[in-house]
Design a binder for this molecule. Structure first.
Ligand code: HEM
Length: 467
């Protein structure tokens, strides 16, 4: 039964809660349907667990920004917590461990170049491998899926492990296989059933695959940690792993750092930095092929601004309002992390007049903000005008929230934005991307999971200089 003054919602069945009201393969349409009936703050029961679904900018801001600390927890007893053994930073509950690890990641990313030229160089180095791959496909069609995943993964690998991997290296192929599978299992039907029906936890059901995948990744990173321990010079860190090992040497008494947390932490960052950026790029190129006139206008602006420069720099974005608008529109429409990462309330609190007890699961329906009417000129269509004013200047609405907002907001936003800009500008400067004539119409219905993934597609690649 709903507690007093709890947000409204559909009637609840014993044991199953509201599971039967959701399409467990992809509940996004159900969330929207229920929002229309119950409003921007409503509740559902995932089995016996109450969850509040927040939609629309006003309620989202009240929860995530104005009352940020009240809503900054993470549930600690769900499928994903069991898979990741309650370690790492993404799922850490609001408190000292999360705060120290988050601060450490931000400092380390900055020390290894984020926000500086050195990170741009690392990204450009990786782009050369993408270019090489595309060069080999000139005049033909190719599938960009693996290429973008590998590239995004390598960029974060350079920071984490001080190395990049060839695109067919076992480390990277195994990691990406595990990540992509787990991203789909994590918000999928078996995870929902696991969260709702505790008695199935030990049964040999398909969700076990996620545990096996996680174990595979842990072993791969464990090997890297062992190698690092042999070759490191304390106090002279080469990468994130070395920095963390240095931190362990300090052995502060009340420190929340430990070697077993390091493995999952590195995995967290690797996963968060790979599946998100690459799926955004994949959706982006799909739109640019669907709308060749938008692709051409980007190329025109890139040519004008870069002129004879050998490569784009991140600062060039300030002179490229159209390209900026296109990248933001791609992020808005690709809606890569549609339900954010589940939060929980850290104390009894209120939202839009409703009472929400401590420990309630909070689901952010980011989709409902990214396409909310009243905030966008064209909420339901791909149109860079959504980010341009009448003078053609780039403007960003508060409702642009693909990285969420508040204390738990994505800590990789800076890196992701730099990657998206440099990769898209460099590739569009050199190549033209064409939807193959025999491929029918592009299908924009994504595959659902913790990240949304466009359906596999092929693209035809042409050199622009040969036009
Ligand atoms: C287009 C790319 C990306 C998108 C759309 C994205 C989106 C998100 C979202 C929606 C969250 C959940 C925020 C919340 O719970 O309120 C998140 C969290 C997080 N992201 Fe990203 N992300 C992207 C790229 C990255 C990259 C490149 C990294 C790697 C450095 C990263 C690391 C993280 C981490 C560590 C968290 C957990 C933060 C915390 O719990 O305190 N993300 N991201």
């Amino acid at each position: 039964r709903r507690p007093k003054n709890f947000p409204p919602g559909p009637s609840i069945l014993p044991i199953l809660g509201n599971l039967l009201q959701l399409n467990l393969e992809n509940p996004l349409n159900d969330f929207e349907r229920l929002r229309k009936t119950y409003g921007n703050v409503y509740s559902l029961f995932l089995g016996p667990r109450p969850a509040v679904i927040i939609s629309g900018l006003k309620a989202m801001k009240e929860a995530m920004v104005i009352k940020g600390a009240d809503f900054a927890g993470r549930p600690q007893d769900m499928f994903v917590n069991d898979v990741l053994e309650n370690k790492g930073v993404i799922l850490a509950d609001y408190g000292p461990r999360w705060r120290e690890h988050r601060r450490f990641a931000l400092t380390t990313l900055r020390n290894f170049g984020l926000g500086k030229k050195s990170m741009e160089e690392k990204i450009h180095e990786e782009i050369q491998y993408i270019v090489k791959k595309l060069d080999k496909s000139i005049g033909k069609t190719m599938s960009p899926q693996v290429m973008f995943h590998n590239a995004a993964s390598n960029i974060i690998c350079q920071v984490l492990f001080g190395t990049r991997y060839e695109y067919d290296d076992k480390f990277i192929t195994e990691m990406i296989r595990c990540f992509t599978e787990n991203a789909k299992i994590a918000n999928g039907p078996w995870a929902m059933l696991y969260d709702s029906l505790p008695f199935i936890h030990n049964l040999p059901l398909p969700f076990r695959k996620a545990f096996d995948n996680c174990k595979t990744c842990q072993d791969l990173v464990l090997n890297l940690v062992s190698e690092h321990k042999k070759t490191r010079v304390p106090g002279e860190p080469r990468d994130f792993l070395d920095c963390y090992l240095d931190e362990l040497d300090k052995k502060a008494e009340d420190s929340s750092f430990s070697e077993d947390k390091l493995i999952m932490y590195a995995l967290d960052l690797h996963f968060a930095g790979t599946d998100t950026t690459s799926n955004t790029l994949l959706t982006g190129f799909l739109y640019l092929m669907k709308y060749p006139h938008i692709q051409e206008r980007c190329q025109q602006e890139i040519d004008e601004v870069l002129g004879g420069k050998s490569q784009a720099s991140y600062d060039d974005r300030n002179n490229m309002p159209y390209m900026q608008a296109v990248i933001h529109e791609i992020q808005r429409m690709s809606n890569t992390v549609p339900l954010s990462v589940f939060h929980s309330t850290t104390k009894d609190t209120e939202l839009m007049g409703y009472s929400i007890p401590k420990g309630t699961i909070i689901i952010q329906n980011l989709t409902s903000v990214l396409n909310e009417e009243g905030h966008w000129k064209y909420p339901h269509e791909f149109n860079p005008e959504n980010f341009l004013n009448d003078q053609g200047e780039f403007v960003k609405s508060d409702a642009f929230m693909p990285f969420s907002a508040g204390p738990r907001m994505c800590l990789g936003e800076g890196l992701a934005r730099m990657e998206l800009f440099l990769i898209m500008v460099t590739l569009l400067r050199k190549f033209k991307f064409i939807w193959p004539e025999d491929a029918g119409e592009p299908d924009f219905t994504p595959l659902f999971g913790s990240t949304l993934t466009p359906r596999p597609y092929r693209m035809k690649v042409q050199l622009r200089s040969s036009e």
